[in-house]
Design a protein around this ligand. Structure first.
Ligand code: AMP
Length: 215
C-alpha cells in the first residue's frame, strides 16, 4: 500500500504505521525518526535540524524534500510505503506531488487520524521512546509501559522522554500543527484522496484503514 498518514503529533501515526507494515511489507517512512537518527549520529543534516526540533519548530522544507527524494527511490519502497509525519506543510505536499509524478508513483490514499487535543496532550506528556535510533519503539508510562521499567522490550536499550516532549514544546508542536499541517486536510480533500478516521485505539484505526483500502 502507498499511503500518507496525516494527524497531529501523538495522533498515533507511528503506531498505526508499524501495524500496517506487517500486512504487506510496506515500509514506514518517518521523517521524525530519520531526523532523530541524524541528530544522534551528528551528521550535517542532524546539526542543521537539531535546533528546530528541540524547539518544536518544523525543519525547513528544503531539508525534508532532500531526505524524501532519496528515500522514496530506495528499493524497499517498491512494495509500498506509509508516510508518517510527511508532508507537513502545503509546500511539502506540492513538492511531493511533483516528485511522485517524476518517479511515476501513484499513492492510494491519505488517511487523516483525528484525535482530540486533550487526549493528544496527555498522551505526549506520558509517551516514552526507545533511545536506540534503529529501534525507536514507542511506550506510554500509563497505557503501554515496557515490561521492565525504563528498558525497551524489543532491544533492551534505555527508553527516554524526547527533548521535544516537555509540556512547553508539546504545546508549541500542536500550535505548529494547527497552523502549518492542518491545512493539508483541505488540500487532499480537494484532490479526492482523503479519508478521515476518528479514533483513539490504533487497532480500530487500522481496521478502518483496511476497510477503506478494501484489504
Ligand atoms: P515527529 O517525530 O514526526 O513528531 O517529528 C519530530 C520533529 O522533527 C518535528 O517536530 C519537526 O521538528 C521535525 N520534522 C519531522 N518531520 C518533518 C517534516 N515533514 N517537516 C518539517 N519538520 C519535520
Amino acid at each position: 500500500m502507498k499511503i500518507i498518514l496525516l494527524g497531529a503529533p501523538g495522533a498515533g501515526k507511528g503506531t498505526v504505521a508499524k501495524q500496517l507494515t506487517a500486512i504487506d511489507g510496506s515500509v514506514q517512512i518517518s521523517t521524525g525518526d530519520i531526523l532523530r537518527g541524524a541528530v544522534q549520529a551528528g551528521t550535517e543534516l542532524g546539526k542543521e535540524a537539531e535546533g528546530y526540533m528541540k524547539r518544536g519548530d518544523l525543519v525547513p522544507d528544503s531539508l525534508i524534500m532532500g531526505i524524501m527524494e532519496k528515500r522514496l527511490q530506495e528499493p524497499d519502497c517498491q512494495k509500498g510505503f506509509l508516510l508518517d509525519g510527511f508532508p507537513r506543510t502545503i509546500p511539502q505536499a506540492e513538492a511531493l506531488k511533483g516528485l511522485l509524478v517524476k518517479l511515476g508513483i501513484n499513492f492510494d490514499k491519505v488517511i487523516n487520524i483525528d484525535v482530540p487535543r486533550d487526549v493528544i496532550f496527555d498522551r505526549l506528556c506520558t509517551r516514552r521512546t526507545c533511545s536506540n535510533t534503529a529501534c525507536q519503539a514507542i511506550y506510554n508510562v500509563k497505557s503501554m509501559p515496557p515490561k521492565k521499567e525504563g528498558v525497551c522490550d524489543k532491544c533492551g536499550s534505555p527508553i527516554v522522554q524526547r527533548a521535544d516532549e516537555t509540556e512547553e514544546a508539546i504545546s508549541h508542536r500542536l500550535d505548529t500543527y494547527n497552523e502549518k499541517t492542518a491545512p493539508l486536510i483541505g488540500f487532499y480533500e480537494k484532490e479526492g484522496l482523503l479519508k478521515t478516521i476518528t479514533g483513539t485505539s490504533s487497532e480500530a484505526v487500522v481496521a478502518e484503514i483496511k476497510k477503506s483500502l478494501g484489504i
